[in-house]
Structure formats: structure tokens, C-alpha cells
Design a protein around this ligand. Structure first.
Ligand code: AGP
Length: 368
């Protein structure tokens, strides 16, 4: 059952384990006769015609889900997509043209920054589609259309299953848009959907190796600072992984696009500093290899998260490496997300913190 902590030490641990079900339940209503469908929500297909602009607005973890969504809309559907931090949105005079679709993302549906941004966008004439977890919340009420994530109640302040459920909706939407625009064939689109339906099982495989992640995280325990490096989808994913670590374990962590390191940040890589490198994208692995060498030569203490097919060239000991199950490159954020959640969880847990209620943070942020 989803009530209580179900034998886990903290809600966060329980919610990490609920992800296979959350994703299954989020996917199920949107595959009808083997094809993507948003008919039940009444979402017009015209929303996803080429040349339409999408602006994702959200805060924190939900915004990070949007950053992955942005890359999916670009890669699959050729739709220009911006991602805005909701609390900044109204101050930047965003350009809302006819045909702009705002996608608002929120677990609680009550985050005031996101609510204000939605109201502003609507006044400027945008249509608003929201991705929300809590039924009947303010954001689902004020949006033109709402797609629910079916993660169930999320109690831990640190968002986990809501995030991967939000990612799931973005994958479904991007595949849907690509299909409607004729950019992927029906065969390709069903190949993608099959891969998406493998995610719950793949997450199960990660959870079986959680004790290994616990061992790996000892690197963070004595350190006040950490860095995380990656490119493309890996970078977007690390922004979330880094937020998770900061939020509950109080390690000051910075996620950096690997190519940006040499533009300043590498000055901060000194002897013994933990650096997490996430390498899941085949096309980017050789560039990442050089970035890993750069930080290693400055004494970084490495944790590598990669996949078998990319590991052999990386020159990092097995004890410091988590090998992710193989999936199509585009779907690698799912297994990677779960490893990052476990890293944050075990760091906080081992340090003896109240994982579910980190200091100074509220689950629902109702002040601007
Ligand atoms: C996630 O771990 C954070 N607690 C926080 O960033 C959260 O995602 C953000 O406040 C947005 O909340 P919402 O999804 O309920 O709108």
C-alpha cells in the first residue's frame, strides 16, 4: 500500500522505490491501441504542429524535468522550446506570440511562483497545459488542459517519483508531437514507447544495487563541496541530482556542463574534491573522457556513472563506478535519475539528518 512508510526508514526511500509503479501508472492512460493519446484530456493535436513555440514554466525539480523535456521536443519534434524559472518569468517580459503553448509543471499544483507565471501567460494570450500530480489543485484548475502524473502522494520534501513521472509525461508528449508532425514513423514511435515501458523494470534493476550506491557515497560524507559534470541530457539530469544532494545532505554541489569547466570552474577543482561524472550519451563519451582526465589530473576524487558499452575507456576503478543498465540513449535519464536520488538519500541518511524534512524547506512553497 502507499500509506505510511511501509517499512522504509524515510518517506523518500519509499518514494524512490515507488517509481516503477508511478511511471507505469503515468504511461498507461496515454497509450491507446499502441499509440500515444491525449484525447481524454481534450488536448488538440494542433498544439504540437511544427513551428509552434513551447515555454515550460516551473520551479526547482519540476523545472529540471522541463529541461529534459526541452531536449526531447527539440530532438524528436523540432519544436522550439524555452524553459523558464517561474519566479523570474514575469520579470523578463517573455515573448508570448499567438500559438505559444505554456507547459506548467508542478507536483503540488499549489506553488505560488508557478501560479503567478501561469496567470501572466494567460493574460498575454497563451494556452496553458499543466502537468500536475495533485488532483484538483489550483494549477490544474486554472490551466486550459491538465495531464496528471500518477505518482501518488509525495510526502518527502525532496521530490523523486514526481520528477520521474513528469519526465514520463514529457517523453509521451514529445513522441506524440513527433508522430503528429510526421517526424517519426509509426514503427519508430512504437519502438520509443516500448523503451518507455521498459523503464519500470530498469529502475527495479538499479534499486537492487542500492547497497553499492550507499558504499560509493562515502566520498561525500567528509566533503563540504562537490561537482557534477556531464553533457546534453546528462547535464540536465545532474542539475537535478545536484539539487537533491544540496537539499537534503547540505553538501554544496554544483552541476556543470563539462565543456564549461575550463571557462572558470576548473579553478575550484582541488585535491580530493568529489566529482561525479555522468556519461550515458554514446556520441558525447569521448569528449567526456577528456573532461574526466582534466579533473583527475587536478586530484578530483571521481565517481563515475556510466553504461557498460562506454565504461571500458574511462579508466576509473570499478569500486567508484556505477554501471547503468543499457537503454536507448534518449531514455538513459531515468536510470541515472534514480542513482542520483540514492546518492543524495544515503549521504543525508548516513550523516544522520532528517531526510524527509530538510532544514528551512517546505514541501509546498506558497510565498513569492
Ligand atoms: C524538490 O526536491 C524541491 N523540494 C523543490 O524544488 C520543488 O520541486 C519545487 O518547489 C516545485 O514544487 P512543485 O512541483 O510542487 O510546484
Amino acid at each position: 500500500s502507499r500509506g505510511g512508510k511501509g517499512g522504509y526508514a524515510f518517506y523518500m526511500e519509499k518514494e524512490i522505490h515507488e517509481q516503477p509503479d508511478a511511471i507505469k501508472d503515468t504511461v498507461a492512460p496515454h497509450i491507446v491501441d499502441g499509440k500515444t493519446s491525449f484525447e481524454a484530456e481534450g488536448i488538440p493535436n494542433s498544439f504540437f504542429r511544427e513551428n509552434q513555440n513551447i515555454v515550460v514554466i516551473a520551479c526547482g525539480t519540476a523545472m529540471h524535468a522541463g529541461l529534459i523535456g526541452q531536449q526531447l521536443f527539440h530532438t524528436l519534434a523540432n519544436i522550439h522550446t524555452d524553459v523558464a524559472v517561474a519566479s523570474e518569468f514575469t520579470y523578463t517580459n517573455p515573448v508570448i506570440k499567438p500559438g505559444t503553448l505554456v507547459i506548467a509543471v508542478s507536483q503540488s499544483g499549489e506553488t505560488v511562483d508557478t501560479i503567478e507565471a501561469i496567470k501572466y501567460a494567460k493574460k498575454k494570450g497563451a494556452k496553458v497545459l499543466s502537468i500536475v500530480n495533485v488532483k484538483g489543485s489550483t494549477i490544474s484548475d486554472i490551466s486550459d488542459y491538465c495531464i496528471y502524473t500518477h505518482a501518488g502522494p509525495e510526502i518527502a520534501v525532496a521530490s523523486t517519483k514526481a520528477y520521474t513521472s513528469q519526465l514520463t509525461v514529457f517523453y509521451l508528449l514529445a513522441i506524440h508531437a513527433a508522430r503528429l508532425n510526421g517526424l517519426v514513423s509509426e514503427e519508430e514511435s512504437s519502438k520509443f514507447l516500448n523503451e518507455l515501458q521498459r523503464v519500470p523494470e530498469v529502475i527495479g534493476q538499479i534499486l537492487e544495487k542500492k547497497e553499492f550506491v550507499k558504499k560509493m557515497t562515502s566520498k561525500f560524507l567528509l566533503s563540504e563541496n562537490a561537482f557534477m559534470i556531464g553533457r546534453g541530457l546528462d547535464y540536465s539530469l545532474l542539475l537535478e541530482g545536484s539539487l537533491k544532494l544540496k537539499e537534503i545532505s547540505y553538501v554544496h554541489s554544483e552541476a556543470y556542463a563539462s565543456g564549461e569547466l575550463k571557462h572558470g570552474t576548473i579553478a575550484l577543482i582541488t585535491d580530493g574534491i568529489p566529482v561525479v561524472a555522468l556519461v550515458t550519451q554514446s556520441a558525447l563519451a569521448s569528449k567526456e573522457y577528456s573532461n574526466i582526465r582534466e579533473v583527475q589530473s587536478r586530484g578530483a576524487s571521481m565517481i563515475l556513472i556510466t553504461r557498460e558499452s562506454l565504461y571500458k575507456d574511462m579508466n576509473i576503478p570499478e569500486d567508484d563506478t556505477f554501471i547503468l543498465p543499457e537503454m536507448d540513449d534518449m531514455f538513459m535519464p531515468f536510470p541515472a535519475a534514480v542513482v542520483m536520488q540514492l546518492i543524495a538519500y544515503y549521504t543525508s541518511y548516513t550523516k544522520g539528518f532528517d531526510v524527509d524534512k530538510p532544514r528551512n524547506l517546505a514541501k509546498v512553497v506558497t510565498v513569492e
